[in-house]
Write a protein that binds this ligand. Sequence first.
Ligand SMILES: Cc1ncc(COP(=O)(O)O)c(C=O)c1O
Ligand SMILES: N[C@@H](CCCC[NH3+])C(=O)O
Length: 438
Amino acid sequence: MSNQIDQLTTNQAGHLEIGGCDTLDLAKEYGTPLVVYDVKSIRDQIHHFQKVFEDNDVDYAVSYASKAFACIAMFQLINQEHGHIDVVSGGELYTAIQAGFPMDHVSFHGNNKSREELEMAVDHQIGVIMLDNFHEIDLLKQVLEERNSHINVMLRVTPGVSAHTHEYDQTGQVDSKFGFDLKSGQARQALDQVLADPRMTMLGIHAHIGSQIFEVKGFEMAATTLVDTLGDWHEEIGYTAKVVNVGGGFGIRYTQADDPIAPEMFVDAIVKAIKKRTHELGLPMPAVWIEPGRSIAGPAGYNLYTVGSRKDVPGIRSYVTVDGGMGDNIRPALYQAKYEAVLAKNPKAPIKETVRVAGKYCESGDILIQKQDLPATQPGDVLAMLATGAYGYAMASNYNRNPRPAVVFVENGHSQVAIKRESFEDLVHLDEPFNLSD
Ligand SMILES: Cc1ncc(COP(=O)(O)O)c(C=O)c1O
Ligand SMILES: N[C@@H](CCCC[NH3+])C(=O)O
């Protein structure tokens, strides 16, 4: 696979173009820091996933993990492409409601959903609640009884697979805060509780082994373990699942050092593993659901920054500082995540030096890129950081009381604001004056 920089599009002026829009024009029109999403890239990736299922002749749902990046426009785009979504909070669910997203295409995850969140999910009759623990089963029982209502559920389990990824991105190992443990019999106990409640319809089983995973093997093992578990449940109590949900976690390319397979190839391997095992066990083939977040939103996103100050530390290195940083992308500081950036006015210009790209936040760890090869840069130049679309804006903060950037969607040469830039007024919007007397 050629590197990302080779795949970038430039226009006649030599400027980086995204979705047919000149990035320098975008920076001028909307200001920087700016998050830009290439809408076609999002559509294409959803289609690639859908095609794998259709080629394998399997019922499916491509459920976008909205924690990677959520806003009203994003949910409307996902819906246009017949995607489902998974939400993990009342806030994400509220955003989906405001977007007019079909509630029966929503799954609700989380290891500590509040009573209010469960009430909201039941009142809006969302597609399925992913049950994570016994406390939640009790809470949901109460909510359903009070409302004389009913809801679909699935059980999230930990299949005992440790994915090779950052420790904070592992979720499928036995020692995890998420889901019911399989080995100790917790999951089976949860199944009994759910099946005993006529207000819950048990759709199937879920596991998510982690995020930014490059190896297919862990997914195949987890998928096979899920089917084995269903085989046990079928044998023990005659339970047949309609759905196996294998979560997300398909790794993407951030830098030239990354060489993942195409995200849909993970899904092809998973579907084949599930088909094989169900066949061996004589079980009916369930629908297969996936929850990709990063692989849909990540490659589609670009952060545009304007270069400001520079510091040359003789004999050591040069710092080139931009007008954003850890407030709009915490991932380098939090996970030592690596990115690449290019000079928007000429991404293919000859490299002149290797610099450290620093953010403007009052924190030494606010480094966006430790080592970046760049042409000569001047204050006012625009840098485009690549593949920033997942867990970038979604994890943004107002640290140092910096407003969060605007988010713009681009397609076919058109652009639109998806999330407005925060203003200073927005920053004090929730503040109250001091009024305690001394
Ligand atoms: C339950 C669940 N599903 C899906 C995802 C999405 O993962 P990714 O963005 O790596 O595809 C996550 C996040 O790791 C998750 O916790
Ligand atoms: N926020 C993480 C991914 C977490 C996935 C949620 N379980 C990241 O940026 O890599």
